[in-house]
Design a protein around this ligand. Structure first.
Ligand SMILES: N[C@@H](CCC(=O)N[C@@H](CS)C(=O)NCC(=O)O)C(=O)O
Length: 218
């Protein structure tokens, strides 16, 4: 039975899709329309009680939270496709460290920019200039730290592509695209080279191709 991934229209599920492509795992997607409130249907809430995407079903095993799903597949298919975990225990520690940085430091201000600049006024979000300004400032500080880190190693956890880099793909793609703040990446030499590298990986291009028929704003 192939893996099912719920929610291909949206950014967090794309984190899972690009991981599955890197790991050469077969999957199918199940569209859940957030604007139509399908994530609040009782059947969906049985899979994900918080009503968020993504959710995966691997046989009769169900899992939600995109980064937990990344770790699950990267570990389950450790010896298949791209190694995304790091080979030594020290490398694995660094992968987890930067994956946490993505989740705790990078994602929150970026998510605010996405919600206020891309999704407002959908989902009842009212554009708030103060939130936009403060979020951009916070994200800029995080990116300065990335610039320093990426001046010392090609990827975040070292000289190998890992879950830590992969996890940045969907929301950074919004930042340089519909959010209209590509300069935040392009103005930082090492961040810019890193972004050009990871966003041109065949796995990401394939993910975008698979998902292009879905519009997250429709
Ligand atoms: N921490 C969750 C966040 C997921 C999330 O925010 N998903 C968005 C789509 S990108 C969503 O489902 N939003 C609607 C909602 O949470 O009600 C994860 O990484 O899986």
């Amino acid at each position: 039975m192939v893996v099912k991934v719920y929610g291909p229209a949206y950014a967090s599920p794309k984190r899972v899709l690009v991981c599955l492509v890197e790991k050469e795992v077969e999957f199918e997607t199940v569209h859940v329309n957030l604007l139509a409130g399908e994530n609040q249907n009782p059947d969906f809430l049985k899979l994900q009680p918080f009503g968020s995407l993504p959710v995966i079903q691997d046989g009769d095993y169900t899992l939600f939270e995109s980064r937990a799903i990344l770790r699950y597949f990267a570990e389950k298919y450790k010896y298949q496709g791209t190694d995304l975990l790091g080979k030594t225990i020290e490398d694995q520690g660094l992968v987890n460290q930067w994956l946490e940085v993505e989740a705790q430091n990078y994602h929150p201000p970026l998510n605010n920019l996405v919600l206020h600049l891309m999704f407002s006024p959908n989902f009842g979000i009212v554009r708030d200039e103060k939130v936009i300004k403060e979020s951009e400032e916070k994200l800029a500080k995080v990116l300065d730290i990335y610039e320093d880190r990426l001046s010392k190693s090609k990827y975040l956890a070292g000289d190998f592509f890992s879950l830590a880099d992969l996890s940045h793909l969907p929301f950074t793609s919004y930042l340089v695209g519909p959010v209209g703040k590509a300069y935040m990446i392009k103005d930082r030499k090492h961040v810019s080279a890193w972004w050009d590298d990871i966003s041109s990986r065949p796995s990401w291009l394939k993910t975008l191709e698979i998902c292009k028929k879905y519009n997250p704003l429709a």
